[in-house]
Design a protein around this ligand. Sequence first.
Ligand code: GZL
Ligand code: ZN
Length: 330
Amino acid sequence: MRTKKIIRAGLATLGIAAMAAMSGCADDGGSAGGEAAGSGSETIAIGFSQVGAESGWRAANTKDIQDTLTEENGFKLSFSDAQQKQENQIQALRSYIAQGVDVLAFSPVVETGWDAVLQEAKNANIPVILTDRAVDTTDDSLYVSFIGSDFVDEGKRAGDWVVENLGDDLKVVELQGTTGSAPAIDRKEGFGKAIEGTDIEIIDSQTGDFTRAGGKQVMEGFLNSHDDIDLVFAHNDDMGLGAIEAIEAAGKKPGEDIKIVTIDAVKDGMQALVDGKINYIVECNPLLGEDLAEIAKKVVAGESVEKRIVVEDAAFTQEEAAKVLADRTY
Ligand code: GZL
Ligand code: ZN
């Protein structure tokens, strides 16, 4: 936490110095509006390609990045929303390369298909920082750092809680995240590890693409095909919230007749947990802006950076959620 505090003070100091330099330049009749001595060269032009706006998690992640990579913190942020389409992300990254930004950052919607555009960034000497989701690339020199949670661990923690609290002989339906995305692949893997050796069986599994509407639609299908569902494992809160709508429409009680475990711990999910409609949530911390700012400044300053920064995640039962809900910032 200390480093975060120092970084925050550092950024604020830089911001104040930049403002002083700017006002100094205007006061002494210097070229008002021209290159303010010093601070202009310290502004880091960063191009950020965001996955989309598919979930509460994504909204919180976007807000944190935009609130952190500000002018007063020394950044000129170019930000784009790819509506969950890889081709839109690649197009955005290419346009930032053409603009000659100092740093590129993005959350890759899926793991594969990035080598070409990452090579173009490398050829243009523009460092790339991954946030949130990982890429599966043949050459990991194509990015300087990956900041994000350990999704396998998130899935395993969800599964461990199920085994410990709901028993080891259950029929589970799984609402998967976006097909081919690191969180969907890894959360599935982690949950599968946790239930190994038990009689917990995943009787159906389908992607709801991390959206509430997707979760509802897939859950309606599951309810039509199965009358023995004990548990829903949803890869994010939003699909879990969609499942709640489908379960209630079918005249069953979510959290009681059919248990629900999800990942993210955004406000709406935590509220449903407090309301007893979800049984357990593993957090996926969306506040990656501060780490991204720190890594970007180090990279531009030519300092070495950690290749992998694992973001810490909490986890909540219904009782624990009731204690913290009022203070949560996302
Ligand atoms: C996880 C992130 C996932 C969230 C979903 O870091 O990539 O994407 O779990 C979001 O809510 O849509
Ligand atoms: Zn992978």
